[in-house]
Each structure stands twice: as C-alpha cells, then as structure tokens.
Design a protein around this ligand. Structure first.
Ligand code: ZN
Length: 65
C-alpha cells in the first residue's frame, strides 16, 4: 500500500529544514514533486523517489475521506 499525495497536503520530513521546520506543503505532484517549507516558504523540487524517501509521514491530507 502506498500513500497518495495531493497538492495541498502537509507532510513531515525526516530531516528538518535549516530554518528548523519539518513541515512542508505539497505544491506539485507527478514525476517531480515540489514542496514548500511551511516556516520560511522555501520551495524544493525533488523527483518522486527522493520525495518519498524524504517524507516521514503525511500530516494532513487535502482530500479528507
Ligand atoms: Zn524552511
């Protein structure tokens, strides 16, 4: 089972951003993912594999089931 990520989801990463936050908002999905730091607003682009390795958990899903 794999988690599906959607734009607007809040994710927690294994490593903290240098600014001290580990919460990010997903702003692009697909072959490449873009995430935006919830604290400093920095945007990072990662390929899908790296994104999945970096994310520890899905904190809040945009699509509530
Ligand atoms: Zn940051």
């Amino acid at each position: 089972m794999s988690v599906t990520y959607n734009i607007g989801d809040i994710v927690q990463t294994r490593k903290k951003h240098p600014c001290g936050s580990d919460l990010w908002t997903v702003i692009r999905t697909g072959a490449d993912f873009k995430i935006k730091c919830n604290n400093c607003g920095r945007i990072v682009m990662l390929d899908r594999e790296k994104f999945l390795k970096r994310v520890k958990k899905l904190v809040q899903s945009e699509k509530q089931l």
